[in-house]
Design a protein around this ligand. Sequence first.
Ligand code: F6P
Ligand code: MG
Length: 446
Amino acid sequence: MLPVYQNDDKKSFAYVSLHKRWPVLIGQAVNDIRIETSQLPDGPKKDEAESIITQMEAVQNSVAQNLPIEPITADVYDKDEYNKFVFKPNSTETYKWSERGWLDCECLIYRKLQIVVESSKHWRGYDYFARMKNDTFVKSSSAVSTLANRYHKIYNEFKSKESEVSPEALKIVTHELLQTCLWGNATDLSLLVTVSMEELRALQVSAAAREKESVLDNDFEDVWKQLNSEKGGRVDIILDNSGFELYTDLVFTLFLLDSGLAEQVVLHPKTLPWMISDVLPTDLPTIIGMLTDPSSFPDSREDLDFIAGKLHQYLNDGQLLLRTSPFWVTSVPYWEIKPNGILGGDAIYRDLRCSKLAIFKGDLNYRKLTGDCVWPYDTPFRTAIKDLANTGIPVLALRTVKADVIVGLEPGRGEQLDKEWKENHPDDEPHAWAWGGKYAVVSFNK
Ligand code: F6P
Ligand code: MG
């Protein structure tokens, strides 16, 4: 069994996460509850906030001081799974945060915060990251308008054609919108300000050069073959972040449905506040509501109303669905998406077996697909996703690289990136090129 990335490994982003990032992010949740509380009238909800804040700060202190991890005591479905890794073998003593794996600890932190809120009387279901998610979304207004404008034009252009849209045109737009989904808010949206297929084609020449540099494993051709293998069918998106990234996923969804490349799209959000910005079910109506609200987005009203209207239509007629499962907020690898997979992996397997394409968005989903293991760079994606590779589920990972694990690279490419990074950043770890979202992968397996 390969080792996973460990919190005490100074060469890993895990080390930075434990010491610099986690105490801060817990502080952000606490800060939100303070803001919310300050706006409440006196009463039981306000009174209860102090206890919530105290318990959250205890988690923060435990992480910041690197104390032995408190086991989960609440009677929750994933208690045993977490406690198995918290306790030392045959002992009542627990490990310190620095002594355990990165992925498990990171998931456990979010779980612990949510258990505090769920165990309360007046704050159950409260999303202490919603304020940050929504504020950030409003700040991306120019990119939001640009993409709405772009999609509206694609739609009109396709609709105005007398004959069926050519597969070549569909492929070009699929590629463009998948790239937008991939890069999320890092996308150079100026690329999208274009009026016709011809101009887009020209722009793609320069985009292709950038793509070659930054997308380290690129299976787009196989993805296209899979999507275009038959009309209709169901596409699943295992979502990552709310805000602009969700919006790009929704525009891609519209394209799939409008073009007939899919007949149904199922979105899979998280069921608890997760990795700060991940999508919760309530984020979908919030984001669509913001799109229709001129005080959030004053420009490009016609295009935004068009996008929001189409989303409503597909939600109403059942072609666009949200489906939740607590499986997405456990820390188990997605290798458990298989017959008899634990903690809900079996049900997800049965569900995704009906999918024409299951798109896993973002960094954390990729870490779980690959088990956050220390794989050699040139490990085939198929090898790294283990049992999931043999389920017949067509898996696409669309991920900008923000953590250590990465597979599917040409032999020698990872080592070359290490070398170049060290030459240009002598004080950094050689592998730090993988931590900043500069690179991406579009990895597919069927
Ligand atoms: O690697 C940094 C990090 O914050 C991880 O802690 C987490 O896995 C991930 O990024 C979240 O990124 P994304 O939203 O792309 O999943
Ligand atoms: Mg995320």
